[in-house]
Design a protein around this ligand. Sequence first.
Ligand code: TLP
Length: 344
Amino acid sequence: MIDLRSDTKTRPTEAMRRAMAEAEVGDDVDREDPTVNKLEAVAADLLGKEAGLLVTSGTQGNIVSLLALTEPGEKLILEQDAHIFHYERGGVARLAGLMVHTLPGHYGAMNPAEVEAAIWAEEIHRAPTGAVALENTHNRAGGTCLSVGYTNDICEVAHRQGVPVHIDGARIFDAAVALGVEAKELVAAADSVTFCLSKSLGAPVGSVICGREAFIARAREYRKMLGGGMRQAGIIAAAGLVALEQELPRLHEDHQKARRIAEVLAELPGVRLDLATVQTNMVLFELQRADMTAPQLCERLAEWDIQARARNEVQIRFVLHRDISFKDTEQICVALKDILGAGG
Ligand code: TLP
C-alpha cells in the first residue's frame, strides 16, 4: 500500500533498527542515558539553542513547553487553524489552564499587528498573555512555511510586551529546506521549539524540545509530571539520531514528490488546489464535483492500493514521505488521472 495519510506512517529504516538494537542506554530520568544525552545535544546544536529534551510526541512537546513558559489562567495566542487548537485534546486548557485566543491566518501566519493588539495590556479585568505559539510548517494550511523575517517580527512584537514565543516546529526542518535557510535561523528569536523525529524525519517515536537551559530544566520537571520520564529511552533516541543524520538530507525529495502530484491534480476537473500552498511535503486540495465526494475519491484510490484520508466531504490532504518513492509518486499520478480525468 502507498500511504498518503501522514508522514507519521513511515516504518523505521534498517539503519534505525540497527542503531536501536545496538544503542548504549541508561536511566534517562537520572540523565544517565548517553544516547538520549547525545540526541538532546545534537538537536540543541542544530537549532542553535542551549539545551534539548526528548519527549514522547509532538503533543507532549507542545504541552510541556507551554506548561514551562506560562502560568495557569494566562492567555495563549494561536493561529485559528493551529494543531495545538484542533488536534491536541484541548490539553492547553485542561493541563496548563490556559485560555486560548485564536487569530485568523494567511497561509498559517497571523498578522503581527493583530498579535500585538491581542496581547492585552495589564488591566484589572484582563487575563495576562502567557505565550504566543507559531506553527512551522503549518499543517492545516497545507504544510506552508513561516519565514525568518515573519518569525522575527512576531517575536519582536511579543517580546516587547514580555511575552514568550513557542514554535510548534513538528516539521521545522521541512520549512528550513523549502526556504533555503538553516533551521536555527527560523527559531533563533523564539523561546522554545518542538520538532518531531516521527514525522517527515521518519523515526518511529519521539520529539525534541529546545530552548534555554533554565527553560529546559523546568520542561524536564513537567515532562516527568506527565509521565514522560522514559528510562532507557536511548532505544528511541538512537533512531532519532539516525533520522537527523540520514533523513534530513533527503527531505527536499518529499517536496518534489508533493509538487509533482499537486501539478497533476491542479489540472484535473473539479479539483481546487492553490499551488502556492504546496511548499513542502503536503498537498491540500478540495474536490468540487457532482459525481464524487472526497471520501469517495479515497475509496477509489484504495482500489489502486493507495491510502488517503478526507478531512471532510470536500477536503483531502496528501502527505509525502520517505516510504513513498518517486515511482510510487508516478503511480499516484496515473491513478488520479484515471479516476478524476473524466467527469466533473
Ligand atoms: N500531526 C499529525 C496528526 O496529529 C494530525 C499529522 O498527521 O499531521 N504539531 C503538528 C504541526 C503536527 O502536525 C502534529 C501531528 C503534532 C504537533 C503532534 O504530534 P504527535 O502526533 O507526535 O503528538
